[in-house]
Write a protein that binds this ligand. Structure first.
Ligand SMILES: *[C@@H]1O[C@H](CO)[C@@H](O)[C@H](O)[C@H]1NC(C)=O
Ligand SMILES: *[C@@H]1O[C@H](CO)[C@@H](O)[C@H](O)[C@H]1NC(C)=O
Ligand SMILES: *[C@@H]1O[C@H](CO)[C@@H](O)[C@H](O)[C@H]1NC(C)=O
Ligand SMILES: *[C@@H]1O[C@H](CO)[C@@H](O)[C@H](O)[C@H]1NC(C)=O
Ligand SMILES: *[C@@H]1O[C@H](CO)[C@@H](O)[C@H](O)[C@H]1NC(C)=O
Ligand SMILES: *[C@@H]1O[C@H](CO)[C@@H](O)[C@H](O)[C@H]1NC(C)=O
Length: 404
Protein backbone atom coordinates (compact mmCIF):
# COMPACT_ATOMS: atom_id res chain seq x y z
CA UNK A 1 0.00 0.00 0.00
CA UNK A 2 2.91 2.36 0.82
CA UNK A 3 4.32 2.18 -2.71
CA UNK A 4 1.12 3.01 -4.53
CA UNK A 5 0.34 5.77 -2.09
CA UNK A 6 3.74 7.24 -2.62
CA UNK A 7 3.72 7.11 -6.41
CA UNK A 8 0.20 8.43 -6.70
CA UNK A 9 0.88 11.14 -4.22
CA UNK A 10 3.91 12.19 -6.21
CA UNK A 11 2.20 12.00 -9.60
CA UNK A 12 -0.77 13.88 -8.25
CA UNK A 13 1.26 16.80 -7.09
CA UNK A 14 4.24 16.44 -9.36
CA UNK A 15 2.54 17.77 -12.46
CA UNK A 16 2.10 21.20 -10.99
CA UNK A 17 5.08 21.30 -8.72
CA UNK A 18 7.92 19.79 -10.74
CA UNK A 19 10.60 21.80 -9.05
CA UNK A 20 9.69 20.64 -5.58
CA UNK A 21 9.70 16.94 -6.42
CA UNK A 22 12.82 16.14 -4.41
CA UNK A 23 11.28 17.79 -1.38
CA UNK A 24 8.07 15.92 -1.91
CA UNK A 25 9.86 12.62 -2.18
CA UNK A 26 11.53 13.26 1.10
CA UNK A 27 8.23 14.26 2.61
CA UNK A 28 6.33 11.25 1.36
CA UNK A 29 9.10 8.88 2.37
CA UNK A 30 8.99 10.30 5.88
CA UNK A 31 5.26 10.08 5.75
CA UNK A 32 5.25 6.41 4.76
CA UNK A 33 7.84 5.60 7.41
CA UNK A 34 5.70 7.47 9.88
CA UNK A 35 2.72 5.33 9.00
CA UNK A 36 4.71 2.13 9.36
CA UNK A 37 6.17 3.04 12.73
CA UNK A 38 2.81 4.14 14.05
CA UNK A 39 0.59 1.46 12.62
CA UNK A 40 -1.45 1.13 15.80
CA UNK A 41 -2.89 4.59 15.33
CA UNK A 42 -4.77 5.73 12.29
CA UNK A 43 -3.25 8.97 11.11
CA UNK A 44 -6.06 11.47 10.91
CA UNK A 45 -4.21 14.05 8.86
CA UNK A 46 -3.40 12.32 5.60
CA UNK A 47 -3.97 14.62 2.68
CA UNK A 48 -4.09 13.30 -0.89
CA UNK A 49 -4.48 9.63 -0.04
CA UNK A 50 -6.11 8.02 -3.07
CA UNK A 51 -9.36 6.29 -2.18
CA UNK A 52 -8.90 2.68 -1.22
CA UNK A 53 -11.40 0.11 -2.35
CA UNK A 54 -13.94 -0.46 0.36
CA UNK A 55 -12.49 -3.26 2.46
CA UNK A 56 -15.85 -4.73 3.26
CA UNK A 57 -18.49 -4.19 0.61
CA UNK A 58 -22.04 -3.86 1.84
CA UNK A 59 -23.87 -7.08 2.49
CA UNK A 60 -26.49 -7.64 -0.22
CA UNK A 61 -29.31 -5.18 0.33
CA UNK A 62 -32.81 -6.47 0.75
CA UNK A 63 -35.13 -5.15 -1.88
CA UNK A 64 -37.45 -2.51 -0.59
CA UNK A 65 -40.60 -4.26 0.52
CA UNK A 66 -43.25 -3.75 -2.13
CA UNK A 67 -46.10 -3.02 0.25
CA UNK A 68 -47.49 0.40 -0.52
CA UNK A 69 -46.90 3.10 2.06
CA UNK A 70 -49.50 5.85 2.56
CA UNK A 71 -50.63 7.41 -0.75
CA UNK A 72 -48.86 10.73 -1.35
CA UNK A 73 -45.38 9.34 -0.65
CA UNK A 74 -42.97 9.75 -3.50
CA UNK A 75 -40.41 7.08 -4.29
CA UNK A 76 -36.87 8.02 -3.36
CA UNK A 77 -34.50 9.32 -5.99
CA UNK A 78 -33.39 6.57 -8.35
CA UNK A 79 -29.66 6.00 -8.72
CA UNK A 80 -27.98 7.73 -11.65
CA UNK A 81 -27.68 5.68 -14.84
CA UNK A 82 -25.70 3.93 -16.13
CA UNK A 83 -25.75 2.09 -12.83
CA UNK A 84 -22.39 2.36 -11.11
CA UNK A 85 -21.28 -1.04 -9.94
CA UNK A 86 -19.18 -0.21 -6.93
CA UNK A 87 -21.04 0.25 -3.69
CA UNK A 88 -20.46 3.28 -1.55
CA UNK A 89 -17.56 3.03 0.89
CA UNK A 90 -19.03 2.59 4.33
CA UNK A 91 -17.35 5.64 5.78
CA UNK A 92 -15.21 8.57 4.81
CA UNK A 93 -12.27 10.28 6.35
CA UNK A 94 -10.61 8.93 9.43
CA UNK A 95 -13.15 6.17 9.92
CA UNK A 96 -12.25 4.57 6.58
CA UNK A 97 -9.17 3.31 8.37
CA UNK A 98 -11.37 1.61 10.95
CA UNK A 99 -14.15 -0.02 9.00
CA UNK A 100 -16.92 -1.79 10.90
CA UNK A 101 -16.16 0.14 14.00
CA UNK A 102 -17.80 3.40 14.92
CA UNK A 103 -15.78 3.85 18.11
CA UNK A 104 -12.85 6.19 17.49
CA UNK A 105 -10.38 8.40 19.29
CA UNK A 106 -11.08 11.65 17.50
CA UNK A 107 -11.62 14.79 19.51
CA UNK A 108 -14.85 16.67 18.82
CA UNK A 109 -12.82 19.18 16.84
CA UNK A 110 -11.44 16.44 14.59
CA UNK A 111 -14.82 14.74 14.33
CA UNK A 112 -16.71 17.88 13.23
CA UNK A 113 -14.02 18.72 10.71
CA UNK A 114 -14.20 15.30 9.04
CA UNK A 115 -17.98 15.21 9.23
CA UNK A 116 -18.35 18.60 7.58
CA UNK A 117 -16.93 17.40 4.27
CA UNK A 118 -19.48 17.07 1.52
CA UNK A 119 -19.07 16.06 -2.12
CA UNK A 120 -19.85 18.80 -4.62
CA UNK A 121 -19.88 16.52 -7.66
CA UNK A 122 -23.46 15.35 -8.04
CA UNK A 123 -23.07 12.22 -10.14
CA UNK A 124 -21.57 9.58 -7.90
CA UNK A 125 -19.34 6.71 -9.04
CA UNK A 126 -20.97 4.62 -6.33
CA UNK A 127 -24.34 3.01 -6.03
CA UNK A 128 -25.88 4.75 -3.06
CA UNK A 129 -28.88 3.38 -1.21
CA UNK A 130 -30.05 6.06 1.22
CA UNK A 131 -30.12 5.03 4.87
CA UNK A 132 -31.94 6.45 7.86
CA UNK A 133 -29.67 7.10 10.85
CA UNK A 134 -31.38 6.51 14.20
CA UNK A 135 -29.62 8.61 16.83
CA UNK A 136 -30.32 7.51 20.38
CA UNK A 137 -29.56 10.12 23.03
CA UNK A 138 -29.71 8.17 26.28
CA UNK A 139 -28.41 8.11 29.82
CA UNK A 140 -27.56 4.42 29.82
CA UNK A 141 -29.70 1.40 29.10
CA UNK A 142 -32.17 1.24 26.26
CA UNK A 143 -34.94 -0.63 28.07
CA UNK A 144 -37.18 -0.76 24.99
CA UNK A 145 -34.51 -2.25 22.69
CA UNK A 146 -36.39 -5.52 22.05
CA UNK A 147 -39.20 -3.49 20.46
CA UNK A 148 -36.74 -1.61 18.24
CA UNK A 149 -35.05 -4.90 17.43
CA UNK A 150 -38.37 -6.16 16.06
CA UNK A 151 -38.81 -2.92 14.14
CA UNK A 152 -35.41 -3.16 12.43
CA UNK A 153 -35.53 -6.90 11.68
CA UNK A 154 -35.06 -7.62 7.97
CA UNK A 155 -33.98 -4.13 6.89
CA UNK A 156 -30.18 -4.38 7.07
CA UNK A 157 -28.52 -1.81 4.86
CA UNK A 158 -31.37 0.69 5.08
CA UNK A 159 -30.63 2.04 8.53
CA UNK A 160 -27.78 2.77 10.89
CA UNK A 161 -27.81 3.21 14.64
CA UNK A 162 -25.76 5.52 16.84
CA UNK A 163 -26.01 5.66 20.63
CA UNK A 164 -24.78 8.47 22.89
CA UNK A 165 -24.81 7.46 26.56
CA UNK A 166 -23.45 8.91 29.73
CA UNK A 167 -19.66 8.31 29.55
CA UNK A 168 -19.81 6.50 32.90
CA UNK A 169 -22.17 3.88 31.46
CA UNK A 170 -20.45 0.52 31.09
CA UNK A 171 -23.36 -1.69 30.09
CA UNK A 172 -23.77 -3.15 26.64
CA UNK A 173 -26.60 -4.73 24.69
CA UNK A 174 -26.16 -8.42 23.86
CA UNK A 175 -23.76 -9.28 21.01
CA UNK A 176 -26.54 -10.33 18.66
CA UNK A 177 -28.42 -7.05 19.10
CA UNK A 178 -28.51 -4.39 16.36
CA UNK A 179 -27.44 -1.93 19.08
CA UNK A 180 -24.26 -3.85 19.87
CA UNK A 181 -21.11 -1.83 19.16
CA UNK A 182 -23.06 1.26 18.12
CA UNK A 183 -21.99 3.51 20.98
CA UNK A 184 -20.16 6.66 19.94
CA UNK A 185 -17.56 8.49 22.05
CA UNK A 186 -19.72 10.50 24.44
CA UNK A 187 -19.52 13.33 26.94
CA UNK A 188 -21.55 14.18 30.03
CA UNK A 189 -24.95 15.78 29.50
CA UNK A 190 -27.32 17.49 31.91
CA UNK A 191 -31.08 17.90 31.70
CA UNK A 192 -32.13 21.15 30.04
CA UNK A 193 -28.52 22.07 29.36
CA UNK A 194 -26.60 23.06 26.26
CA UNK A 195 -24.56 19.85 26.69
CA UNK A 196 -27.59 18.12 25.15
CA UNK A 197 -27.17 20.22 22.01
CA UNK A 198 -23.51 19.24 21.96
CA UNK A 199 -24.47 15.56 22.24
CA UNK A 200 -26.97 15.97 19.39
CA UNK A 201 -24.30 17.55 17.20
CA UNK A 202 -21.90 14.73 18.15
CA UNK A 203 -24.48 12.13 17.12
CA UNK A 204 -25.12 13.94 13.82
CA UNK A 205 -21.41 14.26 13.09
CA UNK A 206 -20.74 10.57 13.70
CA UNK A 207 -23.64 9.63 11.45
CA UNK A 208 -22.55 12.07 8.72
CA UNK A 209 -19.28 10.14 8.39
CA UNK A 210 -21.34 7.44 6.66
CA UNK A 211 -22.17 8.95 3.28
CA UNK A 212 -25.17 6.67 2.85
CA UNK A 213 -27.02 8.26 5.77
CA UNK A 214 -29.60 10.59 4.28
CA UNK A 215 -32.05 11.12 7.15
CA UNK A 216 -31.26 11.61 10.83
CA UNK A 217 -33.81 10.91 13.55
CA UNK A 218 -33.08 11.84 17.17
CA UNK A 219 -34.66 9.50 19.72
CA UNK A 220 -34.49 8.88 23.44
CA UNK A 221 -34.54 5.67 25.43
CA UNK A 222 -38.25 6.22 26.04
CA UNK A 223 -39.22 6.55 22.36
CA UNK A 224 -41.13 3.95 20.38
CA UNK A 225 -41.82 3.61 16.65
CA UNK A 226 -45.52 3.90 15.76
CA UNK A 227 -45.31 2.32 12.30
CA UNK A 228 -43.32 -0.43 10.65
CA UNK A 229 -39.92 0.20 9.12
CA UNK A 230 -41.24 0.39 5.53
CA UNK A 231 -43.57 3.24 6.40
CA UNK A 232 -41.02 5.14 8.49
CA UNK A 233 -38.35 4.76 5.81
CA UNK A 234 -40.64 5.81 2.95
CA UNK A 235 -41.99 8.82 4.78
CA UNK A 236 -38.57 10.08 5.85
CA UNK A 237 -36.63 9.45 2.63
CA UNK A 238 -39.52 10.63 0.46
CA UNK A 239 -39.99 13.95 2.21
CA UNK A 240 -38.96 17.24 0.67
CA UNK A 241 -38.40 18.78 4.10
CA UNK A 242 -36.79 18.14 7.44
CA UNK A 243 -39.02 17.81 10.48
CA UNK A 244 -37.64 20.10 13.14
CA UNK A 245 -40.05 21.68 15.56
CA UNK A 246 -39.67 25.44 15.31
CA UNK A 247 -42.26 28.01 16.29
CA UNK A 248 -42.68 31.56 17.48
CA UNK A 249 -45.28 32.71 20.01
CA UNK A 250 -45.47 33.90 23.58
CA UNK A 251 -44.18 30.54 24.86
CA UNK A 252 -41.17 30.73 22.60
CA UNK A 253 -40.29 34.26 23.65
CA UNK A 254 -40.10 33.77 27.41
CA UNK A 255 -36.56 32.42 27.32
CA UNK A 256 -35.14 35.07 25.05
CA UNK A 257 -32.55 37.21 26.79
CA UNK A 258 -30.98 40.48 25.53
CA UNK A 259 -27.65 38.71 26.12
CA UNK A 260 -28.16 36.98 22.77
CA UNK A 261 -28.38 40.32 20.97
CA UNK A 262 -25.31 41.72 22.72
CA UNK A 263 -23.26 38.61 22.30
CA UNK A 264 -24.32 37.34 18.86
CA UNK A 265 -26.75 39.81 17.33
CA UNK A 266 -29.66 37.38 17.67
CA UNK A 267 -32.89 39.39 17.81
CA UNK A 268 -36.15 38.48 19.51
CA UNK A 269 -37.73 38.24 16.04
CA UNK A 270 -35.22 35.53 15.10
CA UNK A 271 -35.69 33.57 18.34
CA UNK A 272 -37.54 30.24 18.09
CA UNK A 273 -38.54 27.35 20.29
CA UNK A 274 -39.22 23.70 19.51
CA UNK A 275 -38.99 20.26 21.03
CA UNK A 276 -35.58 18.77 20.52
CA UNK A 277 -36.57 15.45 18.90
CA UNK A 278 -35.92 16.02 15.21
CA UNK A 279 -35.88 14.16 11.90
CA UNK A 280 -33.59 16.06 9.53
CA UNK A 281 -32.09 15.63 6.11
CA UNK A 282 -28.40 15.54 5.28
CA UNK A 283 -28.18 19.17 4.19
CA UNK A 284 -29.53 20.42 7.50
CA UNK A 285 -27.43 17.97 9.50
CA UNK A 286 -24.35 19.38 7.77
CA UNK A 287 -25.42 22.92 8.60
CA UNK A 288 -26.05 22.05 12.26
CA UNK A 289 -22.62 20.51 12.75
CA UNK A 290 -20.63 23.00 10.70
CA UNK A 291 -22.26 26.32 11.58
CA UNK A 292 -20.71 27.07 14.94
CA UNK A 293 -21.15 30.82 14.81
CA UNK A 294 -23.86 31.02 17.45
CA UNK A 295 -23.04 28.06 19.68
CA UNK A 296 -20.60 29.93 21.98
CA UNK A 297 -23.33 32.41 22.97
CA UNK A 298 -25.62 29.54 23.98
CA UNK A 299 -22.79 27.84 25.86
CA UNK A 300 -21.95 31.02 27.76
CA UNK A 301 -25.59 31.63 28.60
CA UNK A 302 -26.02 28.10 29.96
CA UNK A 303 -22.87 28.43 32.04
CA UNK A 304 -24.59 31.30 33.84
CA UNK A 305 -28.18 30.00 33.90
CA UNK A 306 -28.78 26.48 35.28
CA UNK A 307 -31.41 24.45 33.39
CA UNK A 308 -31.25 27.03 30.59
CA UNK A 309 -33.34 24.72 28.36
CA UNK A 310 -31.31 25.72 25.32
CA UNK A 311 -31.88 22.21 23.90
CA UNK A 312 -35.32 23.59 23.02
CA UNK A 313 -34.01 26.78 21.42
CA UNK A 314 -30.66 26.34 19.76
CA UNK A 315 -31.54 24.35 16.61
CA UNK A 316 -34.95 26.03 16.06
CA UNK A 317 -33.25 29.44 16.31
CA UNK A 318 -30.35 28.36 14.08
CA UNK A 319 -32.92 27.46 11.42
CA UNK A 320 -34.37 30.93 11.62
CA UNK A 321 -30.94 32.62 11.65
CA UNK A 322 -29.89 30.77 8.50
CA UNK A 323 -33.26 31.33 6.81
CA UNK A 324 -33.73 27.58 6.38
CA UNK A 325 -36.87 26.93 4.33
CA UNK A 326 -36.87 23.17 3.76
CA UNK A 327 -38.40 22.42 7.12
CA UNK A 328 -41.91 21.34 8.05
CA UNK A 329 -41.45 23.24 11.34
CA UNK A 330 -42.94 20.33 13.26
CA UNK A 331 -41.52 17.16 14.76
CA UNK A 332 -42.66 13.64 13.93
CA UNK A 333 -42.20 12.59 17.55
CA UNK A 334 -45.30 12.69 19.71
CA UNK A 335 -45.27 13.68 23.37
CA UNK A 336 -48.29 14.40 25.51
CA UNK A 337 -48.04 17.89 27.03
CA UNK A 338 -51.74 18.18 27.71
CA UNK A 339 -51.17 17.95 31.46
CA UNK A 340 -48.77 20.93 31.52
CA UNK A 341 -45.52 21.10 33.48
CA UNK A 342 -41.94 20.80 32.29
CA UNK A 343 -42.12 17.11 31.40
CA UNK A 344 -44.54 15.38 29.06
CA UNK A 345 -46.70 12.59 30.36
CA UNK A 346 -45.02 9.22 30.93
CA UNK A 347 -46.91 6.13 29.81
CA UNK A 348 -46.70 3.09 32.05
CA UNK A 349 -47.58 -0.55 31.66
CA UNK A 350 -51.22 0.02 32.60
CA UNK A 351 -51.65 2.72 29.95
CA UNK A 352 -50.76 0.34 27.13
CA UNK A 353 -53.99 -0.03 25.19
CA UNK A 354 -54.70 -0.44 21.50
CA UNK A 355 -56.72 2.80 21.69
CA UNK A 356 -53.77 4.86 22.94
CA UNK A 357 -51.52 3.84 20.03
CA UNK A 358 -54.41 4.33 17.59
CA UNK A 359 -55.08 7.81 18.93
CA UNK A 360 -51.44 8.88 18.58
CA UNK A 361 -51.20 7.37 15.09
CA UNK A 362 -54.33 9.32 14.23
CA UNK A 363 -52.54 12.56 15.08
CA UNK A 364 -53.96 12.97 18.60
CA UNK A 365 -56.34 15.70 17.43
CA UNK A 366 -54.10 17.23 14.79
CA UNK A 367 -54.28 17.19 10.97
CA UNK A 368 -50.93 17.18 9.20
CA UNK A 369 -49.64 17.87 5.71
CA UNK A 370 -46.80 16.09 3.97
CA UNK A 371 -44.99 17.38 0.87
CA UNK A 372 -47.75 19.99 0.54
CA UNK A 373 -50.53 17.40 0.46
CA UNK A 374 -52.87 16.18 3.16
CA UNK A 375 -51.62 12.95 4.71
CA UNK A 376 -52.87 11.29 7.84
CA UNK A 377 -49.44 10.79 9.37
CA UNK A 378 -48.53 13.35 12.02
CA UNK A 379 -46.22 11.17 14.08
CA UNK A 380 -43.81 8.32 13.34
CA UNK A 381 -42.45 8.04 16.87
CA UNK A 382 -43.78 8.66 20.36
CA UNK A 383 -42.47 9.20 23.87
CA UNK A 384 -42.29 8.78 26.86
CA UNK A 385 -42.74 5.09 27.49
CA UNK A 386 -41.55 3.62 30.78
CA UNK A 387 -39.42 0.45 30.83
CA UNK A 388 -42.32 -1.52 32.27
CA UNK A 389 -44.39 -0.77 29.14
CA UNK A 390 -42.12 -3.03 27.09
CA UNK A 391 -43.99 -6.28 27.48
CA UNK A 392 -47.42 -4.97 26.49
CA UNK A 393 -45.80 -2.99 23.66
CA UNK A 394 -44.29 -6.17 22.22
CA UNK A 395 -47.76 -7.63 21.88
CA UNK A 396 -49.33 -4.36 20.68
CA UNK A 397 -46.76 -3.97 17.87
CA UNK A 398 -48.22 -6.61 15.51
CA UNK A 399 -51.75 -5.54 16.40
CA UNK A 400 -51.54 -1.77 15.83
CA UNK A 401 -48.07 -0.78 14.69
CA UNK A 402 -47.68 -3.14 11.76
CA UNK A 403 -44.57 -5.06 12.77
CA UNK A 404 -43.43 -8.02 14.83
C1 LIG B 1 -8.00 4.69 21.42
O1 LIG B 1 -6.82 4.90 22.16
C2 LIG B 1 -6.58 3.92 23.16
C3 LIG B 1 -5.32 4.26 23.93
O2 LIG B 1 -4.96 5.57 23.75
C4 LIG B 1 -6.44 2.53 22.51
O3 LIG B 1 -6.28 1.56 23.52
C5 LIG B 1 -7.69 2.24 21.71
O4 LIG B 1 -7.54 1.02 21.02
C6 LIG B 1 -7.96 3.34 20.70
N1 LIG B 1 -9.25 3.08 20.06
C7 LIG B 1 -9.43 3.18 18.75
C8 LIG B 1 -10.78 2.88 18.25
O5 LIG B 1 -8.53 3.53 18.00
C1 LIG C 1 -46.27 -1.64 7.02
O1 LIG C 1 -47.38 -0.91 7.44
C2 LIG C 1 -48.25 -0.51 6.39
C3 LIG C 1 -49.33 0.34 7.00
O2 LIG C 1 -48.81 1.34 7.78
C4 LIG C 1 -48.80 -1.72 5.67
O3 LIG C 1 -49.59 -1.29 4.60
C5 LIG C 1 -47.64 -2.57 5.15
O4 LIG C 1 -48.15 -3.76 4.63
C6 LIG C 1 -46.67 -2.89 6.27
N1 LIG C 1 -45.49 -3.50 5.68
C7 LIG C 1 -44.96 -4.61 6.13
C8 LIG C 1 -43.75 -5.11 5.41
O5 LIG C 1 -45.42 -5.21 7.07
C1 LIG D 1 -27.20 42.48 13.26
O1 LIG D 1 -28.52 42.23 12.78
C2 LIG D 1 -29.10 43.30 12.07
C3 LIG D 1 -30.55 42.96 11.73
O2 LIG D 1 -30.81 41.60 11.86
C4 LIG D 1 -28.26 43.57 10.81
O3 LIG D 1 -28.79 44.66 10.10
C5 LIG D 1 -26.82 43.86 11.23
O4 LIG D 1 -26.00 43.99 10.07
C6 LIG D 1 -26.25 42.75 12.10
N1 LIG D 1 -24.94 43.09 12.59
C7 LIG D 1 -23.93 42.25 12.63
C8 LIG D 1 -22.66 42.76 13.22
O5 LIG D 1 -24.03 41.09 12.24
C1 LIG E 1 -23.93 30.47 10.18
O1 LIG E 1 -25.09 31.02 9.61
C2 LIG E 1 -25.07 32.44 9.51
C3 LIG E 1 -26.42 32.87 8.95
O2 LIG E 1 -26.66 32.26 7.73
C4 LIG E 1 -23.92 32.89 8.63
O3 LIG E 1 -23.87 34.30 8.58
C5 LIG E 1 -22.63 32.34 9.20
O4 LIG E 1 -21.56 32.67 8.33
C6 LIG E 1 -22.71 30.84 9.36
N1 LIG E 1 -21.50 30.38 10.03
C7 LIG E 1 -20.75 29.36 9.59
C8 LIG E 1 -19.53 29.04 10.37
O5 LIG E 1 -21.05 28.72 8.59
C1 LIG F 1 -41.24 26.80 8.16
O1 LIG F 1 -40.84 28.08 8.62
C2 LIG F 1 -39.97 28.77 7.76
C3 LIG F 1 -39.51 30.03 8.45
O2 LIG F 1 -40.47 30.57 9.27
C4 LIG F 1 -40.66 29.02 6.44
O3 LIG F 1 -39.79 29.69 5.54
C5 LIG F 1 -41.09 27.69 5.84
O4 LIG F 1 -41.83 27.90 4.64
C6 LIG F 1 -41.97 26.93 6.82
N1 LIG F 1 -42.22 25.61 6.27
C7 LIG F 1 -43.45 25.16 6.01
C8 LIG F 1 -43.53 23.82 5.41
O5 LIG F 1 -44.44 25.81 6.28
C1 LIG G 1 -59.10 17.55 10.58
O1 LIG G 1 -59.74 17.23 9.36
C2 LIG G 1 -61.06 16.72 9.53
C3 LIG G 1 -61.60 16.27 8.17
O2 LIG G 1 -61.27 17.20 7.17
C4 LIG G 1 -61.95 17.79 10.19
O3 LIG G 1 -63.25 17.29 10.38
C5 LIG G 1 -61.33 18.17 11.53
O4 LIG G 1 -62.06 19.23 12.13
C6 LIG G 1 -59.87 18.59 11.37
N1 LIG G 1 -59.27 18.78 12.69
C7 LIG G 1 -58.51 19.80 13.01
C8 LIG G 1 -57.97 19.82 14.40
O5 LIG G 1 -58.25 20.69 12.22
Amino acid sequence: MGDTDKSMLVSHLGRKLLNVVPMLLLFSLGFVLGMISDSKFPNFYLPFIPPMPSPTPFPPLPLLPVSSPPPPLQPTASPPSPLPTQSLPAQVGALRFMPNNIMHNMTDEELFWWASMAPRVHSSPYHRVPKVAFLFLTRGDLPLWPLWEMFFAGYDGLYSIYVHTDPSYTGSPPKESVFYGRMIPSQKTKWGDVTLVEAERRLLANALLDLANERFALLSESCIPLYNFTTVYALLTGSSTSFVDSFVNHDSEVRYNPFFADRSNISLAQWRKGFQWFEMDRALALEVISNDTYLPAFQEYCDAVPACLMDEHYIPTLLSLTGWTHNANRTLTFADWRMGGVHPRTYWRDDMKVELIREIRGGAGKNCTYNDGANGICYLFARKFAPDALEPLLSLAPKVMGFG
